[in-house]
Design a protein around this ligand. Structure first.
Ligand SMILES: Cc1ncc(COP(=O)(O)O)c(C=O)c1O
Length: 387
């Protein structure tokens, strides 16, 4: 076990594991096909297409590389601008910076921590090409509003759905509403293969280019399907294919996706029920799930009155051997954010709300006794400390 983790009895995250992972990895070895696009990759891709209704799903080496592909498929050129929240992981921004775009950060909504859809339009300039939304904690952005802004201004939409596998908005899977959706299967996510991700392509016209992009700029995918006699270097590209060994590991979880989802929701609901009265009395703020959004219990967070109380809570939980963690430091104030982007309008909520936020332990198969201990200690903190 990681040395730093030994000071805790209850970790913040334990990577999902269903029990069939090694069996399927052995099958991949027996298949003598452990590189990309093997039988398990096919199973995962087809499952995502069927389950979520994506035109095409492709496993990638990470959520970050799925975003890199999306940025390139959007046809970003130097000088273009991308609108995104500052309250996100560096990968959301990196993808567009690597493709040559400038970043325009927009404030978030305090209820969901998602980009405030009412502040997007004022950030649009004649250089804007893409709106990249992030469905924080697996709770959807206001996609009706965002898609209609994009349509009005002729912009493309990328959904960073790294945290949102299995979440929906008005019945539609997150990741399938914009032009491209990007999932992460990192070990901290609801479904995992260690490092991994997927790109969902919702507009058929980009499928062929995506296949070339992830196959080192070649039309090898067409060759494998017998559509060309030999394959060739046809455009620029890179290697974004995931190994079939990792896909085998992931498959053991995707085939039990509902069970994992329901199990996480149980823990999430236990937290919600236990802390609701403290939110009602105004001591803390809890996650909001707007009408029309069904979330995947990716994360349970509490927002305390301020940064100091949040830090005191994290320290108190650590004394009780429970690992609770803060989240993103807003990108617009980070060195690279200052270099590559600008914040449009005022930062009313991004910094203030991120300072208040702490994430509680949440993972598949979390022992109920551990959930109860997190609840008990949190309530002790809320009762005994001046919050
Ligand atoms: C919102 C968001 N986008 C992108 C990523 C990057 O995903 P990955 O770690 O699979 O590259 C993460 C990872 O934590 C994330 O939270």
């Amino acid at each position: 076990m990681n040395e730093a983790y030994k000071t805790y009895d209850i970790l913040f995250n334990v990577p999902p594991f269903t029990g069939n992972e090694f069996k399927y990895m052995q099958e991949a070895v027996d298949n003598q096909k452990i590189c990309g696009d093997g039988p398990f990759t096919k199973k995962c891709d087809e499952w995502m297409e069927k389950r979520f209704g994506a035109k095409k799903a492709m496993l990638t080496t990470s959520g970050s590389s799925a975003l890199d592909m999306a940025a390139l498929l959007c046809g970003i050129e130097p000088g273009d601008e991308v609108i995104l929240p500052s309250y996100t992981f560096s990968s959301t921004a990196n993808a567009f910076v690597l493709a040559g775009a400038g970043l325009v950060f927009v404030d978030i909504r305090p209820d969901t921590m998602n980009m405030d859809e009412t502040k997007i339009e004022e950030a649009i300039t004649d250089k804007t090409k893409v709106i990249c939304v992030v469905h924080y904690a697996g709770v959807a952005c206001d996609m009706d509003a965002i898609m209609s802004i994009a349509a009005r201004h002729g912009l493309m939409v990328v959904e960073d759905a790294a945290q949102a596998v299995m979440s929906t908005y008005k019945g539609r899977a997150l990741g399938t509403i914009g032009d491209f959706g990007c999932f992460s299967f990192h070990e901290t996510k609801n479904y995992s293969m260690g490092e991994g991700g997927a790109i969902l392509i919702n507009n058929e016209k980009y499928i062929e280019r995506a296949e070339i992009l992830r196959e080192k700029g070649t039309n090898r995918s067409k060759f494998y399907r017998g559509q060309v006699a030999k394959y060739n270097w046809v455009d620029f590209g890179d290697s974004y294919l995931q190994s079939d060994l990792n896909a085998a590991y992931l498959w053991a979880q995707l085939e039990r996706a509902d069970e994992i989802n329901n199990n996480r929701l149980e823990t999430w609901n236990s937290y919600m029920d236990a802390f609701k009265s403290y939110a009602d009395s105004g001591k803390i703020t809890l996650p909001a799930v707007p009408d029309g959004c069904v979330h995947n219990a990716h994360m349970f967070y509490i927002k305390f009155a301020d940064l100091e109380t949040r830090q005191n809570y994290i320290a108190f939980m650590k004394q009780n051997r429970i690992m609770c963690v803060f989240h993103y430091v807003p990108l617009h104030s980070a060195p690279a954010g200052l270099k590559f982007g600008r914040f449009n309008g005022t930062d009313e909520y991004t910094t203030a709300e991120s300072d208040r936020l702490v994430r509680l332990p949440m993972y598949y198969n979390m022992d109920k006794k551990d959930t109860e201990k997190v609840i008990e200690k949190t309530i002790e903190f809320l009762e005994e400390h001046d919050v």
